[in-house]
Write a new protein. Structure first.
Length: 131
């Protein structure tokens, strides 16, 4: 029986990666070592492991790349204002509405992991006919 499934992202700076999600998205640390941090917010879990740690098989020791973490929120415009106010978060995609049912923006977490902050909105255009 499966009891849990959650992503563990390999990172070159575990502390900075964990701090980004605790400070910006309200995750709490549930386990911390210098090479691994496990985070939780409500029922959601996310963890980071040092990409060079010996538990990672050789040949696979590289920071996460091509990863997009989706965070759905109630009010994306407020989250955009909050996350960008200090000017210390890199925005990869500015806030915009998509016909496929999302109003969203994408920021870059430490190590290059992309975080897509999303508010579901009604479908529009060609996608409106699919519902």
């Amino acid at each position: 029986m499966i009891t849990s499934i959650y992503p563990v992202l390999m990172s070159t700076d575990v502390a900075a990666s964990a701090a980004f999600f605790t400070e910006r998205f309200g995750f709490e640390k549930v386990f911390e070592a210098d090479w691994y941090v496990s985070l939780r917010r409500d029922s959601w879990e996310l963890a980071f492991v040092d990409a060079d740690h010996p538990t990672i098989p050789s040949g696979f020791r590289a920071a996460a790349s091509g990863v997009l973490v989706n965070v759905e929120v109630d009010h994306v415009d407020e989250e955009y204002a909050r996350l960008t106010a200090a000017g210390d978060v890199r925005v990869a995609l500015e806030l915009r509405s998509e016909d496929f049912g999302q109003r969203h923006f994408i920021v870059v977490a430490p190590g290059g992991v992309l975080v897509d902050v999303i508010e579901p909105i009604p479908y529009a255009g060609e996608f409106a006919a699919q519902v």
